[in-house]
Design a protein around this ligand. Sequence first.
Ligand SMILES: *Cc1c(COP(=O)(O)O)cnc(C)c1O
Length: 370
Amino acid sequence: MIAFVDLKAQYLSIKDEINTAIFKVLDSTQFVLGNEVAALEEEFAAHCHADYSVAVNTGTSALHLALLAAGIGPGDEVITVPFTFVATVAAIDYTGAKTVFVDIDPVSYTIDVTKIEKAITPKTKAILPVHLYGQPADMDPIVEIARRHGLVVIEDAAQAHRAEYKGRRIGSIGDIGCFSFYPGKNLGAYGEGGIVVTSNPEYAQTIRMLRDWGQERKYHHVLKGYNYRMDGIQGAILRVKLRHLDAWTEARRAHAALYDQLLADSGLTTPAVMPYSHHVYHVYAVRTPQREKLQQHLHEQGIQTGIHYPIPVHLQPAYSDLGYKSGDFPHSELAAREVLSLPMYAELTSVQVRTVAETLQGILPGVTVS
Ligand SMILES: *Cc1c(COP(=O)(O)O)cnc(C)c1O
């Protein structure tokens, strides 16, 4: 059996460090926020080359508070893509603002920057690009368009820890960056977690208050806030894991390079790496019109795969109120029918990558496993 993601393999590789960090929090009884979370905030801001970060309980909360700090609410519009995890759109919806979709570029799977300006109206307040699969969106044109129209740029970096755009860490290229620490993400907690990154002191201060009941200090509520605080144990775990992120990212990139090589003549479309990007392969998605057949074949041979994502958000029943219909975003709709995510995690071995390729040879004779 080859798992799609093996969280146990990673835990076993750092078990002693993790267990020590958890027991330290238990001894300190700083179960919510506390020193470990504060230290994580400093280390993660430095990691992103940003001035501030604020740890929260999920990536969705990170997006929600980023949007609120940017002043977004009912009557406003936020531009994003339909080919993303639903949380991107849910967060916009929580603020009362309306999501306006722009299709993806079919090669990068990130927002088609040539279509953004046509979607801007007097109500538009922000652009929310998603660094899908771990590949940065084309940020320079996005920031340039935003500056020209007075819009805020909020990066959905939930899948792209440590990715780079033209040599700069993502999360600090727009005005605010939002990360998820869901266990399966490239940097994952042992429970839920998220973080907001910014170099704007006002945004940071507002987000810090909003995550903790809008308090300026204890029981002084200056804003209507939320309970979006990070657990102390998650903070401690994430500090340990952040130290391994470079090595884990390199391992993912090596697996991707091997898949690329073995599948080069397979007839599958392997992930395109844009010239501006340092891709961190949260997901290694190939593309084929025979997706269901491939997935079934791999499943029968004990190889787990995923589909990210089978239905674009504009066609989800929950968001039918946005008024979109089938055919509105052809690149997103076709990608949703054709993408297939192969096993990908740092602890995967090259033998396992070769086994996946060999198994694909059964239906794709062009796969070369020498
Ligand atoms: C995982 C994810 C989120 C939400 O993060 P949670 O921590 O699960 O709330 C948002 N956007 C994208 C693109 C994601 O992949």
